[in-house]
Write a protein that binds this ligand. Structure first.
Ligand SMILES: [Zn+2]
Length: 353
């Protein structure tokens, strides 16, 4: 049996066919294994041929095929799972990107809102600065109500309330600018009016002199615009205009001196209405009577003025003309009038402090 070939031996060492041992060995080996036993033709004929083999359907899958199939299935499942995992990862990433984009947009909106607010605050600050520069030349004028500080403080309060709302702040800016424009126009008109005396009367000359152009007069041709007794009057709701009865221009009982004194009296009413707080205090010295207080103003500031006059008719006769309300104030009351006038007017106030 030493001649029996072993797998891996070279065919050249194959024993001759007549070697009985070898033949036996080759015969004995024909059952199962393919052994090169010196009969190549016979072996070839015995080898399985696809042409004569069983149909594939009837073949049992070999284990390696099963294993390969299973491995393929597992890898397909794994690939599918991997795809799903990748898809979910991508989806998650996309969602995160969307979230970040939304956050960025939100932040940009907030930045724009902040920028808008800063712009509005700067506009409001500029509008208030403009208002103060319009008020500055008015400070010291004897009409406190000319600059209504409560309204200006309300502007500042409103802007503070609206400090986070650009739209409301914009409206505040418009309000302040409109207020400034009215004040500025009124100041410009007063400056123009002070330099002219359109009526050429002692009334207007007196008002221009006393009022610095802020007080104008209007002749009323219906006569007696202020009742049957009064030659002139001032309305509390429009304190910068003195209404004068038209017939005072030609009344023979009046002189320019009397007209001037009455103009002083009327100007006192202007001061009373435009300085309500200070006036309320001073009025106590006149038992709350606005008219005797106004007479006292004329008596205090118009040198030589009195309430009783003699107006000549001719060389032999004259009219006794009484002007005013029949009470000549004393020195103590005149001192109160001086103090009242000294404390009147527009004063500068810090706003929002
Ligand atoms: Zn009066």
């Amino acid at each position: 049996m030493s001649s029996t070939t072993t797998p891996g031996d070279s065919p050249s060492t194959t024993p001759a066919p007549n070697d009985p041992d070898a033949a036996a060995a080759a015969q004995g080996d024909n059952d199962g294994r393919l052994v090169d036993a010196g009969y190549p033709g016979e072996h070839l004929a015995a080898a399985p041929s696809p042409l004569i083999s069983s149909p594939p359907s009837r073949r049992r899958p070999r284990r390696s095929t099963v294993f390969l199939g299973a491995a393929l299935a597992v890898s397909i499942v794994a690939a599918g799972a991997g795809f799903l995992w990748l898809s979910s990862q991508l989806s998650e990433s996309r969602s995160q990107i969307d979230d970040q984009r939304n956050q960025i947009q939100q932040q940009q909106r907030e930045i724009e809102e902040q920028r808008g607010l800063i712009d509005r605050k700067e506009q409001f600050g500029a509008a208030m600065t403009e208002l103060y520069s319009t008020i500055d030349p008015l400070v010291g004028l004897p009409y406190a109500t000319l600059v209504p500080w409560t309204e200006i403080e309300a502007f500042a309060d409103s802007a503070w309330q609206h400090r986070w709302t650009a739209g409301a702040l914009s409206r505040d800016v418009v309000d302040v600018e409109a207020f400034t424009a009215v004040l500025s126009n009124r100041a410009a008109a007063a400056r123009g009016q002070a330099s002219t005396n359109a009526t050429g009367t002692p009334w207007e000359a007196t008002f221009d002199s006393l009022g610095g152009g802020w007080v104008s007069m209007a002749f009323d041709e219906t006569n007696r615009p202020c009742g049957l007794e009064a030659m002139a009057c001032v309305a509390e709701g429009g304190p910068f205009v003195v209404h004068v009865s038209g017939d005072t221009r030609s009344d023979p009982q009046l002189t320019d001196w009397i007209r001037t004194g009455v103009a002083y009296h009327e100007y006192a009413h202007v001061l009373q209405f435009t300085n309500p707080e200070a006036t309320a205090s001073a009025l106590t010295a006149f038992s709350g009577d606005m008219e005797t207080m106004a007479d006292c103003y004329a008596l205090t500031f118009l040198d030589g003025w009195s309430l009783d006059h003699e107006v000549p008719i001719d060389d032999l006769s004259y009219w006794e003309v009484s002007v005013g309300y029949g009470y000549t104030c004393d020195d103590a009351q005149r001192q109160i009038i001086r103090e009242w006038v000294g404390g009147l007017g527009v004063q500068k106030r810090p706003v929002g402090a």
